[in-house]
Design a protein around this ligand. Structure first.
Ligand code: XUL
Ligand code: CO
Length: 437
């Protein structure tokens, strides 16, 4: 295979003292942390959509970054040219995984039949590259938000034939994901929400979404696809309100429609920000429900109110992500998937490398810091001691279900007042965390 970027060599670990911008300073794939390699903890993944299809266009201006492998091509020819370029970048970055939407890798055809045929053509090329490089598919998904037929939503559309088309598209995307050995399948409901409640029957739309996801689960079973299903919460953009607005809303929906056994959450940092939460909050909500599945790693800009999908560089953020990940047993089917894009002004292929190297190093540091905080034990001890009143006496009795309002009233009438509360020591803990950053 002829190299498209021969001047960029495979990125390797050179350690924190290196000044080489094309080297990892912290991500050392084989290094053991808490008994596992960094590579196994982090399960990094690169996305097809931003890396290959993002050209810097925004609402105010067109593309700024025309890649050398894209020049002069369109349609299926363009789609074919992008596959080897993508795998060259992924391989040079040492990415073990990737993720894609059906319509990023292959174009929209005039008919479903044509779209499916084009997707088959590209799937064969993806498979060849997977076999050549050993890079695996983290998850696949269907793009159910760009085409005008999805203007009112896909599974939640008011138009039953749109629902049918979306079902056909997801059926095919599941087949392709299965064919490529995908370890998961994600639903991000881009337009599964509303623009105004004046025209919306919310209950009916939610029932349809529940039915749609059950059909997906049933179909996956029928073809032997055993990958993990994910829902990716996001509160808005492009809709004013998306039904899968945050981790808690997704869990409630999944429980209500008996889908929780089949789904975990794929949490995205910038989506948490848009929902008015921290990523740590979202990870704790999912983890507590045993539904922490995967991460779309990126970050927003706190001064901008939209989904900027920037590469993660904040060590506090990655430390928090990895603390929660380790706490809930680590990533098993999921990964740290860079759903991130370079800025419109970062127009060179080199920028794709700087961006991913920075994100991978930031997560590697987060992992090492989280492991050090856990090994130190003071944070965990503090939290444990904070709840010590629940470990014996009346606390243990309440937790065991042996008490009632009447018994607790009797106790407090006897005592007259509860024991004094202890300090939450927030500032002490913030300083403690800073010892490790
Ligand atoms: C959109 C987003 C999507 C999903 C996959 O904000 O994050 O790219 O990750 O559809
Ligand atoms: Co995402």
């Amino acid at each position: 295979m002829s190299e498209l970027l021969p001047h960029i060599r495979p990125v390797t670990y050179e350690g924190p003292k290196s000044k080489n911008p094309f080297a990892f300073k912290h991500y050392n794939p084989g290094e053991i942390v808490e008994g596992k390699t960094m590579a196994a903890h982090l399960r990094f993944s690169i996305v097809y959509w931003h890396t290959m299809c993002g050209q810097g266009a925004d609402m105010f201006g067109g593309p700024t970054a025309i890649r050398p492998w894209d020049a002069g091509l369109s349609g299926l020819d363009l789609a074919k040219a992008r596959v080897p370029a993508f795998f060259e970048i992924a391989e040079k970055l040492g990415m073990p995984y990737y993720a894609f939407h059906d319509r990023d890798v292959a174009p929209h055809g005039q008919t479903l039949r044509e779209s499916n045929a084009w997707l088959d053509t590209i799937t064969a090329l993806l498979k060849e590259q997977q076999q050549r490089t050993g890079i695996k598919l983290l998850w696949g998904t269907a793009q159910l938000f760009v085409h005008p037929r999805y203007m009112h939503g896909a599974a939640t559309s008011c138009n039953a034939e749109t629902f049918a088309f979306a079902a056909a598209q997801v059926k095919k995307a599941l087949e392709v994901t299965h064919e490529l050995g995908g370890e998961g399948y994600t639903f991000w409901g881009g337009r599964e929400g509303y623009s105004t409640l004046w025209n919306t029957d919310m209950k009916r739309e939610l029932d349809h979404l529940g039915r749609f996801l059950h059909m997906a689960v049933d179909y996956a079973k029928s073809i032997g696809f055993k990958g993990q299903f994910y829902i990716e919460p996001k509160p808005k953009e492009p809709t004013k309100h998306q039904y899968d607005s945050d981790a808690a809303a997704c869990l409630n929906f999944l429980r209500e429609y008996d889908l929780l056994p089949h789904f975990k959450l794929n949490l995205e940092t910038n989506h948490a920000t848009l929902a008015g939460h921290s990523m740590q909050h979202e990870m704790e909500v999912a983890g507590a429900a045993n539904a922490l599945g995967s991460m779309d790693a990126n970050t927003g800009d706190l001064l901008l109110g939209w989904d900027t999908d920037q590469f993660p560089t904040d060590i506090y953020l990655t430390t928090q992500c990895m603390l929660s990940t380790l706490k809930y047993g680590g990533l098993t089917t999921g990964g740290v998937n860079f759903d991130s894009k370079v800025r419109r002004e970062s127009i060179d292929p080199e920028d794709l490398f700087h961006a991913h190297i920075g994100g991978m190093d930031a997560f590697a540091r987060g992992l090492k810091i989280a492991a050090a905080i856990r090994a130190d034990g003071r944070l965990a001890d503090f939290v444990k001691n904070r709840y010590a009143s629940w470990d014996s006496g009346i606390g243990a009795s309440i937790e065991a279900g042996r008490e009632s309002f009447a018994s607790l009233e009797k106790l407090m009438l006897e005592k007259g007042e509860a024991v004094a509360c202890q300090s939450g020591r927030q500032e002490f803990l913030e300083n403690l965390i800073n010892e490790f950053i």
